[in-house]
Design a protein around this ligand. Structure first.
Ligand code: G3D
Ligand code: MG
Length: 189
């Protein structure tokens, strides 16, 4: 049985849906605290995992400061896991994921587990008949391949497709990350 507080970070380009994922997960009425120095929100939520594990996760979210590299090194310090988020209707956000991962691992000081999140899947249906959007859309297979690439760096990882709008897989995403963090802990002893 484990009882612990894990720091996790939400990373990815601006407007992929990081804050929305956190809001959907924690509920509308939940107010995060704002850390002025690094320009990030953080909020804590408890979860009970099977096997009697009682985990609290402290979720760190860059408050619209994604482009300021200077604030991000502190952001990753002490993080035990990361959700790497891209939007399935914005290919550039998908192409930036490895950069986010490299930055995270170098600042966290080790290769912490990453759950790769393909967000905004609800928009696929809406955009599928729009030829102008086709090139920008990212398929499930591409996401799976990227997760394999992350894993090839010796990182514990998995892949989920979510919608912060409908709530699809949002709880599962945070749960999956907690499980991966525990897995990493049991490997390192
Ligand atoms: P960020 O924190 O990564 O910058 P936000 O992203 O959570 O602020 O979301 C950016 C915009 O995308 C918001 O729209 C938000 O409502 C929308 N969004 C986030 N997740 C989803 C999703 O899963 N599906 C859809 N359809 N939209 C999503 P606005 O218009 O408020 O800027
Ligand atoms: Mg945000």
């Amino acid at each position: 049985m484990v009882s612990a507080l894990f720091k996790i970070v939400l990373m990815g380009d601006g407007s992929v849906g990081k804050t929305s994922l956190r809001r959907t997960y924690m509920g509308e009425n939940f107010r995060a605290q704002y850390n002025l120095t690094i320009g990030a929100d953080f909020a804590v939520k408890k979860m009970s995992l099977s096997g009697g594990h009682d985990i609290s996760i402290q979720i760190w979210d860059l408050a619209g400061q994604e482009h300021f590299k200077s604030v991000r090194s502190t952001f990753y310090k002490g993080a035990q896991g990361a959700l790497a988020v891209y939007s399935v209707v914005e290919r550039s956000s998908f192409e930036n994921i490895m950069n986010w991962c490299e930055e995270c691992w170098s600042n966290a000081g080790r290769k912490i587990p990453v759950v790769l999140i393909a967000n905004k899947v609800d928009l696929r249906e809406q955009f599928k008949d729009n030829p102008a959007m086709q090139e920008s859309m990212v398929s499930t297979e591409e996401g799976q391949k990227l997760a394999q690439e992350i894993a090839s760096h010796g990182v514990i990882t998995s892949f989920l497709e979510t919608s912060a709008k409908t709530g699809e897989n949002v709880e599962a995403a945070f749960l999956e990350l907690a499980i991966k963090i525990l897995e990493a802990k049991s490997w390192s002893g």
